[in-house]
Design a protein around this ligand. Structure first.
Ligand SMILES: [Mg+2]
Ligand SMILES: [Zn+2]
Length: 179
């Protein structure tokens, strides 16, 4: 089995769009400094790099699946092809799907398709729903600053001897503490 670092996209790899807006076109994709280097470190350390993202702009017809996939292809080209896979939820909140974070559906799907051991893996994100999603799937979790430097964050978890979840502060989801 493989291990993976699951990454939220907006606010982690690329600049987070404004509230209620989405990255709809490639021109709106602002890659954050540190993202490419972070991916290189992830790959060098023997992890898969898998993007896990909610994109309900698709449900709202602000972009198509094709638009989104094209952007992900271009993004991965910029990242030297170091992203192993993209998984996204394209549903509206009210559809109550199994894949919209904080539900762990996308992580389970990725784990099944890519043969990933979730317990050996990390979910990195800038919002509580990312962290809750990781907890629900049984990964280690790391909450990062929005639009921060992903490289420094990845370095911390890969370099840490204890290799445990850190900086976890769950207010509204604090039911699944693990250690
Ligand atoms: Mg985010
Ligand atoms: Zn969904």
């Amino acid at each position: 089995m493989k291990k993976a670092i699951f990454l939220d996209r907006d606010g982690v790899i690329n600049k987070k769009p404004k509230e209620h807006d989405y990255v709809k076109r490639w021109e709106e994709m602002k890659i954050l400094p540190g993202a490419k280097k972070a991916l290189t470190l992830i790959k060098q350390s023997g992890y898969l790099a898998v993007v896990i993202t909610n994109q309900r702009g698709v449900a709202r017809k602000m972009m198509t699946h094709e638009d989104l996939r094209d952007m992900h292809m271009k993004l991965n080209e910029k990242m030297k092809g170091q992203i192993d896979a993209f998984y996204y939820c394209h549903h509206e909140v009210f559809e109550n799907c199994e894949c919209r974070k904080p539900k762990p559906g996308l992580l389970h799907k990725a784990a099944a398709e890519l043969d990933i051991d979730l317990e050996q893996s990390w979910m990195i994100g800038d919002s509580e729903s990312d962290i809750e999603c990781g907890f629900a799937a049984g990964t280690k979790v790391k909450m990062v600053e929005t639009d921060g430097n992903l490289f420094l964050e990845v370095k911390q978890i890969i370099g840490s001897s204890k290799n445990r979840s850190s900086r976890v502060k769950l207010v509204s989801y604090g039911t699944k503490e693990r250690n």
